[in-house]
Design a protein around this ligand. Structure first.
Ligand code: BG6
Length: 457
């Protein structure tokens, strides 16, 4: 086999808070992003790229780029404004319009239920996913979405980059450590609660939309040892398991991996299970989706009994002299993608799906009003080539190659200057300007690459 399957997916991936804007329109409630301050010099989330009003224009651009797949997230606060109140029909109608427009353009929609954001009330009153009440409210929200959109949407996922919930509290939205608990106890309990919420969504989809697929979603950074010392290798392996892969293990095999259980039990951090949790974990996914942007190099280290694993891994990260990094220090490593695909293939008996890939770059229109982003073309060309190598030469089953932020959107910390798109959006961090969409040089390249099913790179 040296050509990709005819039904291979090509497209783009975004989140609601990074695209929609219209933060207080259409009956939407207050989300955590509406109240959380952004760093100095970054924009705020109020307008983003105004997708709420411009989705038709943007879908036409996606069609021109040869997309047959688009992954977006739903803003929970647009569907159930405060998380625990009535369904907002205006919000449902907006997503119906978006889905219908995509389908009319022959673009397969995928829904992410939670891409970091949630109604603010659920954080303020219940401390987010620290509370099992929020797990139940999430299930209700998931069921509403499946009932309303499941007739047309056949690809679903629960939490974007779910493994981040075990690494960073900011993604868990459970900011207050309950009295009597340590930070790690709290963190890993929240990660468990999020896992149970995820499994409840899988169960709901099996009941409500049995012909749909559920994707697990992990962000994967692979780690290389800085030296050839066996201890360094061991630390890398442990870091890779704990930070990048444990969630995929549960989503594929229906139980916690023994390395994760042992790590937590050794430290007295293993989460409290409620009755029925064990059975819920058995609701596995249909494929393993992941985001991949970079690799990291780690020096030798050990995991102690007080610090969450992700913080220790971060302290041991050093630059890789073989790779070039973006301005933000993300090292570009297409071979790393092939390695990750091989790892998933060796460990789990499920197809994988590249759901986010891309590079951030600072860009301004030149004197001719153009962006000549050869670096971006090179980045995607290299990654698609390595993906093909993984598939053709190593036998990996992969469902698609989906790019992050194909039409420029603010970064995860609302930095407009960090652009990922094939289309420039005319705004800056400090000025909204006219939000005009201007295709970059890479627009033509990606159209050719996608329309030729990855043949013409
Ligand atoms: C992923 C997230 O981690 O990376 C996106 O799913 C995010 O929300 C993307 O935007 C790129 O990261 P950043 O920080 O450069 O925007």
């Amino acid at each position: 086999m040296n050509s990709l399957p005819k039904d291979f997916y090509w497209g783009g991936s975004v989140s609601s808070f990074q695209t929609e804007g219209a933060w207080n329109e259409g009956g939407k409630g207050v989300s955590i992003y509406d109240v959380r301050p952004t760093p100095e010099g970054h924009a705020d989330w109020k307008v983003a790229i105004d997708e709420y009003h411009r989705y038709k224009e943007d879908i036409a651009l996606m069609k021109e780029m040869g997309f047959n797949f688009y992954r977006f997230s739903i803003a929970w606060s647009r569907i159930i404004p405060n998380g625990d109140d009535e369904v907002n029909e205006e919000g449902v109608a907006w997503y119906n319009n978006l889905i219908n427009e995509l389908i009319a353009a022959h673009i397969t929609p995928m829904i992410t239920l939670v891409h970091f954001d949630m109604p603010y009330k659920l954080v303020k009153e219940y401390n987010g996913f620290a509370s099992r009440k929020v797990v139940d409210l999430f299930e209700r929200y998931a069921r509403v979405c499946m009932e309303r959109f499941g007739d047309r949407v056949k690809h679903w996922m629960s939490f974007n980059e779910q493994n981040l919930h075990s690494c960073r509290l900011i993604y868990s939205n459970a900011e207050i450590i309950p009295e009597g608990k340590t930070l790690p106890e709290h963190l890993y309990q929240v990660a468990h609660n999020v896992m149970i919420a995820h499994c409840k969504a899988v169960k709901a989809l099996r009941e409500l939309v049995p012909d749909a697929k559920f994707g697990g979603m992990t962000t994967i950074t692979n780690y290389y040892p800085a030296t050839t010392s066996p201890q360094n290798m061991l630390f890398c392996k442990q870091a890779y398991n704990l930070v990048s892969l444990w969630v995929a293990h549960v989503q594929a095999k229906g139980e916690y991996p023994s390395y994760y259980t042992a790590y937590l039990k050794q430290r007295g951090w293993f989460p409290v299970f409620e009755e029925g949790d064990e059975e819920l974990l058995k609701y596995t996914c249909d494929y393993l989706a992941f985001s991949y942007y970079r690799s990291n190099v780690l020096t030798e280290g050990t995991f102690d009994n007080t610090t969450p694993f992700a913080d220790i891994v971060e302290q041991h990260t050093v630059p890789n002299s073989y790779l070039k990094a973006t301005e933000w220090g993300w090292e570009k490593d297409a071979t790393g993608l092939r390695i990750v695909m091989n790892d998933l293939n060796e460990r789990f008996d499920l197809p994988c799906f590249i759901l986010e890939n891309g590079m951030g770059h600072r860009e301004e229109l030149d004197e001719n009003g153009e962006i000549n982003d050869d670096y971006r073309i090179e980045y995607h060309r290299n990654h698609i080539q390595e993906m093909k190598n993984a598939m053709f030469q190593d036998g990996v089953n992969c469902l698609g190659y989906i790019t992050w932020g194909p039409i420029d959107i603010p970064s995860s910390s609302c930095q407009v200057a960090k652009r990922y798109g094939f289309v420039y959006v005319n705004r800056t961090d400090s000025e909204l300007l006219d939000l005009r969409r201007i295709p970059k040089k890479s627009f033509k390249w990606v159209s050719k690459a996608f329309k030729s099913n990855g043949e013409e790179l």
